[in-house]
Design a protein around this ligand. Sequence first.
Ligand code: ARG
Length: 264
Amino acid sequence: MKRFLMCEPRFYEVCYVINPWMEGNLGKVDKALAQRQWDNLHGIAARLASVSLIEPVAGLPDMVFTANAGLVHKSDVIVSSFRHTERQPEARHFERFFAAQGYRVQRLRQDTIFEGAGDALFDSHDRLWIGSGIRSDLQALDEIVEALGIEACGLELVDPHWYHLDTAFCPLPEGLAIAYAKAFSKKSVDTLERTFGEDIVWVSESDAENFACNAISIDRNVIMHRASAELKLALKQRGLEVIETDVSEFLKAGGACKCLTLEI
Ligand code: ARG
């Protein structure tokens, strides 16, 4: 059974701007609604998997996005070092959590920016995909390969709206994946096409903007904020069931279902 880490949105709000989605949303989060939406997502995740919680910290509104806590591989975890000062204090809280849970905690070199599973995703063949160009440094790839002793493929992100790899790419079971092409350099689109061939579903702009690629994959279920009939059908034809759950309040900070969880 998969296990996820989540963080209650007790202190969640939009009070600074570090990605384009946050612009115009300062102070606009409906906190009671955010709590209900998070409860629903937590309920779905807890029905299909096991969920651990980390205590939220006042003054760290983006801590709800646990995908950015670090990259977990077996009993190793590489904790994040955030690009923006606003999120940097989260790192030590996540680090303490992982250490208390018995993980072997590793860090990349002091000046290497790395935002965890937001930019590092394993596909169903255990191949690690690492995004860079907006948040995480390209440099992180070599350091992760060395730290974990595994292979990894790099993908270059080119549009600040798709600032983390998990906003535009989601590996699914049996070698499948969904992705949004405009988020990537031409070379990276070619890499994905070459690797996944028929097994990658390229989503439309409106699905991308509904954060369809920011999905949680559990068994045959793909949990996402919203999906078009076309995307649902494409996934159904490949044996996958979409579960939609509204996380509109979190879209205001540039995050959706997958960002709110970290597989541990
Ligand atoms: N406001 C947060 C940020 O910009 C959202 C993080 C979303 N997380 C993710 N894994 N995409 O850092």
